[in-house]
Design a protein around this ligand. Sequence first.
Ligand code: FAD
Length: 465
Amino acid sequence: METGESFNNGHAVVIGGSIAGLLAGRVLINHFDKVSIIERDYFPETPAERKGIPQSTQLHILLTRGQQILEDLFPGLRDEIIAQGAVVLDMGRDVEWLSPFGWAKRFDSGFEALSFTRPILDWLIHHRLQAFANLHFIEGGYVTGLINSADGTRVKGVKIKTNNQVGKQEVDLDADLVVDASGYGSYAGKWLNAIGYMAPEETFITAQIGYASRLYEIPSDFDADWKGVYMQAAPPERTSMGVLYPVEKNRWVVGVCDTTPGNRLIDESEFLENLRTLPSPIIYEAVKTAKPLTPIRRFQPPGNTLRHYEALKQLPECFVALGDSVCSFTPIYGQGMTVAALGVLQLEECLIEIKASGTLNGLTAKFQKRLAKINASPWIAATSQDAKYPSVKGITKQPTGAEKFIGWYMNQVMKLTTKNTQTTLTLFEVFHMLKSAGALFRPQIILQVLKQVLTERSDKISNQS
Ligand SMILES: Cc1cc2nc3c(=O)[nH]c(=O)nc-3n(C[C@H](O)[C@H](O)[C@H](O)COP(=O)(O)OP(=O)(O)OC[C@H]3O[C@@H](n4cnc5c(N)ncnc54)[C@H](O)[C@@H]3O)c2cc1C
């Protein structure tokens, strides 16, 4: 198919079979006759970690907005996740949340989140996609470059090195649309260079937060009024945080994040010591005699990386990039998979609009511009938090007066969680991307903030007198 013809019967190729690639595959089968997902790994037969997604050993929270999108794309997926043993948490009732301002008041929130290990999600989605006759997986296929059209205006395929049943070979695969979902380590910039285009510029901001996590068996005599614990860092003073969440098969995933240089956290005593010295020893007390089921796994994510495809003056038609390949975040805010899912929905929206024109011309620029808008809010959320860490690198400008005010206001809102459950519920909705941050500026919350500030002032005055 040449650009300019109807694309409704073509072939779409997706590079990468992790969350962004799998979800992209799901929407592309609505628009193309054939979809191929090329993955350098082999997909496991049962839920299991794999080399291409090294971060899957670490705690992965699926935000509620992400869960909703997945449910729309794969009806019944929530029940399947639960059938795999995921724990259903009421975030207000079941999770002890310690913010820099104290413990949040616990309450029956009705705000549900599923807690499970990451391999379950990829495995279930991969399994679902196998049911589509027009979707093919090329496993053990490593994409090494893009192929452009004779006139150089569009991408018309990919170069693949395979090492699979067919043997070792290098093949060209024709495509009417190529989607790069190859993650943070994507070589798409280099591939674009090789066919005569510029690579996108990158913005990189990192607080250099390292992760360590371990699975434990939940002791049979464990008896507490909570199921999970989330202890936030309080930068710049305290940069370590701890989490404990129950996951399938009666296990806890216990994680520690810190920015201390050289703190490798992989040593048993260091890991436990880090848990013990968090502002509350609640996680330490729970796990100190529990049976560890895995070694301590360390992961040092690179930080926030934004590749500015939207700013490129020229891009080849019939090529788009999404997921971590375009924007990846410091993971402690749990946004990656949900933002990837939002990007995939946007791809579908752009395809539907473009379909009306009958060609794929313009899809690339339209999609990358809209994706940049989607990435903007979670990017600000992650980088403005990272900016509080003394270890942060990449911040090039000081916050404006308005940004400082928003930071102050957000702290006040966070403080309200220690006493006002309605505010906590709104925060859950914002954190889980169901509502925009504007919801925190509702009159009721502004009033609570003012009341809190005035009470603190009058307490201070009466303490001084
Ligand atoms: C420590 C850590 C914790 C995280 N916690 C959370 C969390 O709690 N919640 C959340 O939502 N997100 C979290 N994330 C982010 C989340 O893991 C990613 O956002 C998500 O996996 C993005 O998926 P992706 O498909 O874009 O890329 P990736 O998951 O990186 O997948 C890329 C895929 O492409 C394949 N590939 C790469 N190159 C090629 C090639 N040339 N040819 C063929 N195949 C290729 C890889 O094998 C891989 O399968 C976390 C990340 C880290 C690092």
